[in-house]
Ligand binder design. Sequence first.
Ligand SMILES: *Cc1c(COP(=O)(O)O)cnc(C)c1O
Length: 516
Amino acid sequence: MSSAQGRPTAIGESTKKHKVSFTGNRGLQMEEPLIFEGGRPEVSGVDLAEPEPFAMRLNGLERDTPMGLPGLSEPEAMRHYVRLSQKNYSIDAGLYPLGSCTMKHNPRLNEAMARLPGFADVHPLQPQQSVQGALELMQEVSHWLMALTGMSAVALSPKAGAHGEACGMMAIKAAIAARGEAQTRTVVLVPESAHGTNPATAALIGFTVRPVPAGPDGTVSAKTVAPLLGPEVAAIMLTNPNTCGLFESEIVEIAELVHQAGAYFYCDGANFNALVGKVRPGDLGIDAMHINLHKTFSTPHGGGGPGAGPVVLSQRLAAFAPVPFLRAQGESLQLVEDAQGTQAFGRMTAFHGQMGMFVRALSYILSHGVDGLKQACEDAVLNANYIKACLSDVMSLPFGQRPCLHEALFDDDWLKGSGITTLDFAKAMIDEGYHPMTVYFPLVVHGAMLIEPTESESLASLNLFIATLRELAFAAKNGEVERFTSAPHYAPRRRLDETGAARTPVLRWSPLQAQG
Ligand SMILES: *Cc1c(COP(=O)(O)O)cnc(C)c1O
């Protein structure tokens, strides 16, 4: 294949530093060594007096060699971290089209609220009477989450979406055990298009996963689910809107079937941004759903945190919610920490959850109001459909022209025979200053490209993004293979050997290695 000829250089180059200038800097993008390479142990940013001689009390266990910590002067330390921060792509820098992630703008008001000393400086071991305001805020967040979802209870403590899934599924497990069916109901149905955390959660807490195939239109039908149900099924885990960006239109029928079979309905609510203010999941027959506060209700996230994944529960599961939970006692609020005498399945974490995320979420919710949340939801869906419509003549859509919800899914059919892959296309976007979209997920679509613009983007921003992708698509179709296969050309690093990095990661830095 002619396309293969342009390729080998891409990987080869990745191991060399690609020097474009004498310094290695690319204009204002500064090259920056590791702190261990740049620092000197004898340097310090502070001028402290030598301590008075004192008697060592470590009984001979004290260190007798230098620690080798890298020393930097204050301006050197400042430059080091500023330069590193400038290599980060962020929602504050540009459009962040990652699908299934909801990378929306985090209003600065949220940050101001989260930094109020009454929220930021309280300690989880403080007497509860001294943190009544913080507990009241948690109560208010709970109220909003239950009202927006139409559910009976909420567990605030899970620290992320996946943690919330575990919480909801543990409540389901406890409910099944309370019915005396722990030994018999051991199977969980999970659609093939699900986020990887769904089957992982089910397996982690001891269920057997039974896959549910998606139909040709990208959704799960009641007809497909029916024969998979039985007395051995504990629950279904369904995502709505699903990871193809589509509303599961048979969700009510599926919920009825699941309940008739004596099972529970877990909904992955990470994509709640596309429903909030429009649909209450409780009205659809859902028993448990996690909400990613860090997706639907802002909060800066990515790179592993921070997040918060509260779980809302239906009346059937409410009693099994984990401790701690809030209880009104006369004039004050009490955080109930002891599961004794309740049906709580246990606890998810030390303390009560992510206070800072609760504050940011409430700040976002209150400053929008119900009408504002609904508009944010509608704008997110409109933006995704606009992108979809404007690219549908140059890129291929696996599920036809049917409108999407908050994200637009393309496949790689349109790249067939070009010698360019989804990965190459994503890397070329970096050269244009865009973070790539989610690629190769969901797995049910070949070479998937999943684009979620969110409501944060203006029409001008969307138009530039669309024009960029159209220009790249034409270049791909015109045979400009090298532009893609060896991209990125302008980033601080060229194409990385991602397989090598995953298979043989180098996790320790040592001076010897650095010299070699
Ligand atoms: C983000 C996401 C999750 C996991 O949430 P985390 O907070 O990253 O653990 C689960 N399911 C779907 C559909 C998601 O988009």
